[in-house]
Write a protein that binds this ligand. Sequence first.
Ligand SMILES: [Zn+2]
Length: 239
Amino acid sequence: MKKYIVVLDPGHGGSDPGAVGPTGLKESHVAFKIACMVSDILVRYGIEIIFTRAGDTRVSLDERVRIANNSNVDYFVSIHINSATNPKATGTETFAYKVGVEGDRLAYSIQSNLVQAIGLADRGVKYNSLQVVRETPMPACLVEVAFINNPNEEQLLKSAEFLEKAAIGIAKGILEHIGIDYMPKEEEAMGWEEKQGLEHLENLVKKKIIDSPEFWKDKLTEPMPTWAILSLIDRITDK
Ligand SMILES: [Zn+2]
C-alpha cells in the first residue's frame, strides 16, 4: 500500500501570533494544537506527517513552501484561525488556489467534514492566491476553522474538546479525499458496565456462587438473554 505523506502547516508562530482573540488567545497556539491532534489521528492510518514548524517558532511562508517542495509530499494542509473586524463574524471556510484542481476537491472534503464535526456556519470553499496553496505543487488548501475575534468562537477555541472535534473533522476530510475510511478510536478505557460486572463477578466468586468466572467474564458487556438469567438463578438456588 502506498505510504502517504501529508504536510501540516500550523499558521504563524513565535513572534507572529497571527490573530489574537478578545481575551488574548493566539491563533498560532490554537493552530498548532489542532495540527498536533490531526497528526495523532493520521499516523494511526500509517500516514507520514511533516510539520512546517516544530513548536512555537516563526517560519516564513517561503520556508513553509520549501519544506513542502523538498519532500515526496502528497498533500499540504495549512491550518489557520480566522479573524474579522466584525465581532459577529462566524463560521468555517477553506481556501483552495483554483476551481477544479485537486486541491479544490481536497478543500471541499475538509470543509464539509469540518463543518459536520464542529457545527459552525458553513462559509464554503473559497479561492485565493495564497502563497502556501499557490506555490505548493501538490494538492493544497488552507482551512480557517473559526473566528477568534468572535467572543463565542474564541471560547470554543479554548476548549480541548472543541479542538479535538475540529481535528477529527480535518483528518476525516483528508482521509476521505485519499479514500481511507475514518474509524473512531477504539475505547481504551473499560466501559462502566464491564467494571460493574467485574466487581459483582468477583463477589459472586468469593461467595462461591459462581465457580467459573471465565465463562461470565467474556459476556459482561453482552445483554443477557432470559434463558441465561433463568439458568443463573437455577444454579444459584441449587447451592
Ligand atoms: Zn492565519
